[in-house]
Every structure is written in C-alpha cells, then in structure tokens.
Design a protein around this ligand. Sequence first.
Ligand SMILES: CC(=O)N[C@H](C=O)[C@@H](O)[C@H](O)[C@H](O)COP(=O)(O)O
Length: 236
Amino acid sequence: MTESHTEIAERLRQGLIASCQPVRGGPLDQPHLVAALALATLAGGAVALRIEGLADVEAVRAVTHLPIIGLVKREVPDSPVYITPELTDVEGLAARGAQIIAFDATRRPRPVSVLALIEAIHAQGCLAMADCSTVEEGLEAHRLGADFVGSTLSGYTEYSPQLPGPDLEMVRRLAQRGVRVIAEGRISRPEEARAALEAGAFAVTVGTALTRVEVITEGFVRVLRPQATEFKGGKL
Ligand SMILES: CC(=O)N[C@H](C=O)[C@@H](O)[C@H](O)[C@H](O)COP(=O)(O)O
C-alpha cells in the first residue's frame, strides 16, 4: 500500500535521516553495498534515507519500503547547480521509487526554475525537498510550494555562511517562519543533531559521519599522524 504524503512526512518528524552516499569511486560505491549501508542505518533507528543516483535509489527501494529522499548529482553546462538539476532527473527518481525528491533551490544560474521543478515533482506524486543555502532561498522555496527545505547547501554557495559545523541559525530562522526544515550538512555528532531539533528542525539528516567510512577513518588518522593528512578517497 502506498502511503499518503502526510504519513510519509509524519515518519520523518523528529527523526534521523541517514544519507547513504558513499565516496564515489571508493570500495563502497556499489548499489548493493549502498543498500546494505541503508539497511544498517535503518537497523540503528534511522527513519528515512537520502540516496543519490538512479542505480542506488533502485537498489535501496528493493530492500525497504521506508521513505527515500532521492537526488541525482550531475553537472550541467553553464550552471553550478548539480543536485537534481533537470526535469528528466525528477522523472528518473520517481520511476525508481523515491517518495521525496531533493533538488538545488539556490538562486544561482540554473537550467530549470525552482517552480518548474516543484511542479514536476508534485506531478510525479512525490514530495519536494528544496536544498537551500540561505534563509531567503528557503523562504522562497517554501512560498513556491516546497514541502521541505533543507539547510543542505549552506556553506556550499559563495554567498552563504562558511561555517565549520551545521548552520543552526538558518534552521532556527526558517522554523520560526513556519517552514518544515530538515537540518543537513556537517552534522557530525549526536549533540549537534539534538541542537538542530532544539533549533526547530523537523528532522535531521546525517551523511558523512554515518556512511563515508574513508572520511571518518581519515579523521582519526589525521589526529594520530598529523603528517599523513592526504585524503586518498574519491569524490564526495
Ligand atoms: C553539499 C552536498 O553536495 N551535499 C550532499 C547532498 O546530498 C551530500 O554530499 C552530503 O553528504 C549530505 O548533504 C549530508 O551532509 P553531511 O555529509 O555533511 O552529513
């Protein structure tokens, strides 16, 4: 039985969303291993998954009925936008079973408007998650009908705050304005996840700290052997 949008949103409330995006090109970058990583995070209590790429979404959908936030990372000409940039990406993700589709909703030059993406996502029967880098972008995406706004891209556009940790101020200000915010980006400790909920986040997404084994390992190695700091992994 397919769940209603309300039921899907309720599953996320106050919960942990596990982003399972292995280091691309690394040893865990295989759809069946991403599915295993996803199951491991669900066993730990994650309420939903954030999965990148059509093959990985398909593999994860085959092993769980729980909510998948799907996205495609892809470079397009003449635009820095790389998270679900075009309408064909939306169709591909919906066809593979993503119930929520995340896309870049920044104000940078883009191949497709934020409104057109939201409408396409809704036309596929999915919920729209707007990955934003500032409060203003989040408010605009909310106004245009996005179901969730993520702090995902704070620190990843040149005009947003470049913080070492999560942008809790962005979360707080959007939540105060009645936006359903998913705190995401550089949350690496349980206390930070808790602080995000206290700032008003609807749910919290953690990626690297759960599933990018190379990066987690390197964090320890850097402390033990500061001279051997070179990260040998692939693309994040
Ligand atoms: C900026 C960008 O492209 N973020 C991506 C979005 O899906 C992923 O690379 C991040 O891992 C994800 O947002 C979770 O964040 P963190 O791994 O910091 O917990």
